[in-house]
Write a protein that binds this ligand. Structure first.
Ligand code: ZN
Length: 329
């Protein structure tokens, strides 16, 4: 199912995708819990070892911090697992009371709250924020995005939930790419909810080379089946349009390899304004492996062989794109 759907009723099974409403305005980047869960700290780039690493160790405690993201959760503890007790907007400045595990305790009305250290910049005595060093990877990173998760099941078949199949395929794709020496980062590795904007934000923060979202499809007509892959690069969006050829080539490579592995109906490469395709700054594609609402394909999706072949197709497509895209070759 398309990832920007908010509801899904498949085969009479109500699957309400209870995604909270969010403002998506161009590159607006909303709640950033994902980065916290995935990283637990700041993203840093070590140019000598050519690695991105996460620093959640000691963060110097400035006198004040300024919010450096559009919307930031204020929490009652120094962890994304603690309750949200408020929101802060970009540019708001808070006095810092304490620091722990990369989080800052700040004044919040008559009480206190915690804000993630990677979503703020320090404010110096002169009142100007220190520039935050940006990671500038030279190594190519592929971000793999397993669709849905947590309270958002995605499409529902008679027995399967899309989120579980997406994750199984995605993790296998990651294993295959890692075997080829490709650096892989997942937007989720467990059954947890991740917001749509958080997924593309993560890839953008990492300056990833590619972003591939992995989904399974559904239709109210159970006879519908097959494989399709999406890209998005409209001429109304100059940045995306500049990548149009690349994005089509990525989607086509994945679709071609996937169909050759799965031998299901080839529904082709299509263009659609989906959040993760619109908000990623690098070439991106969203694959719909098969129809969970089709009894034949739901049965196939329950076989490890089919999962493995789906993953092999996607990994081969990514590798083919990267090889043809490599400036060194
Ligand atoms: Zn989906």
């Amino acid at each position: 199912m398309p990832i920007n759907s908010s509801t899904a009723v498949v085969n009479g099974n109500p699957c309400i995708l209870d995604a909270p409403p969010r403002i998506v305005n161009g590159r607006t980047l909303a709640p950033l819990r994902l980065v916290g869960e995935a990283f637990g700290g700041r993203v840093n780039w070590d140019s000598q070892t050519k690695t991105v690493y996460i620093d959640n160790a000691a963060v110097e405690k400035p006198a004040a911090v300024k919010i450096n993201a559009d919307q930031v959760n204020l929490r009652n503890g120094p962890s994304t697992l603690t309750a949200t007790i408020g929101r802060a907007l970009s540019g708001e400045v808070f006095e810092v009371l304490d620091e722990q595990d990369g989080w800052f305790q700040v004044s919040h009305g008559s009480t206190t709250a915690w804000v993630a250290g990677w979503l703020v910049v320090a404010v110096t005595e002169e009142g100007t924020p220190d520039p935050e060093p940006q990671p500038q990877p030279q190594e190519r990173i592929v971000v793999l995005d397993a669709g849905h998760g947590g309270f958002d099941p995605g499409a529902c078949g008679k027995t399967l939930q899309e989120k579980d199949i997406n994750l199984a395929i995605t993790q296998r794709v990651g294993e295959l790419l890692k075997q080829q020496g490709i650096k892989v980062v997942y937007t989720r590795e467990v059954d947890t909810y991740v917001g749509l904007e958080e997924r593309s934000y993560m890839a953008n923060q990492l300056n990833a080379s590619l972003f591939v979202a992995i989904h399974n499809n559904a239709s109210e007509r159970s006879s519908i089946s097959g494989t399709e892959t999406y890209f998005y690069a409209p001429d109304s969006n100059p940045e995306l349009f500049a990548q149009r050829d690349e994005r089509i080539r990525l989607a086509t490579a994945i679709q071609t390899e996937l169909v050759s592995q799965l031998l299901r109906i080839d529904r082709g490469v299509k263009e659609s304004n989906l959040s993760v395709l619109r908000n990623t700054l690098m070439p991106s594609a969203l694959v719909e492996v098969a129809f969970i609402s089709n009894p034949t394909e739901e049965a196939l999706l329950q076989s490890q062989d089919f999962i493995n072949r789906a993953a092999l197709g996607i990994a081969n497509g990514i590798a083919a794109f990267m090889n043809s895209d490599s400036p060194e070759v």
